[in-house]
Design a protein around this ligand. Structure first.
Ligand code: ZN
Length: 136
């Protein structure tokens, strides 16, 4: 794990939340995009040494919609930047870590992403995020 690439935060509305992050906290919006594979709209915000990823569900079902229904808005995951994501996944699997995804998915910005199950990570949903080998 090289660094925390971003912190994912589930929100009901990116438009509403952005006002707080940009105008109240004074942070800079980097990009907004829809991620079809995860059925979400995301906004990336520059937070200095890392980024904040706001995640808004695009429908009433899907992981982010379910999260907000169950637990409300708030911190959803922490993403580590990695290279060679498939090798990292194999290594972690061999160390007994339960992976949510068997294969990397295409996430925001074309990065390959995979999630580690919170049961293996003391209650935290970790994401592996590999921007070095886009859309393999
Ligand atoms: Zn993320």
């Amino acid at each position: 794990m090289k660094k925390v690439d971003h912190i994912g935060i589930a929100v009901k509305s990116i438009d509403t939340a952005l006002d707080y992050y940009i105008h109240t906290l004074g942070l800079e919006l980097l990009a907004i995009e829809e991620v079809a594979s995860q059925n979400v709209k995301v906004a990336f915000i520059d937070a200095g040494n890392t980024k904040i990823e706001l995640l808004e569900p695009l429908s009433d079902n899907g992981a982010i919609a379910n999260f907000i229904t169950k637990r409300g808005e708030g911190v959803h995951h922490i993403a580590f930047g990695v290279t060679d994501i498939r090798s990292r996944m194999v290594e972690l699997h061999e160390l007994g870590v339960h992976l949510v995804d068997k294969q990397p998915k295409i996430g925001a910005g074309g990065a390959q992403v995979a999630f580690l199950h919170p049961k293996s990570s003391f209650g935290v949903l970790f994401e592996l995020c590999d921007k070095s080998s886009k859309g393999e």
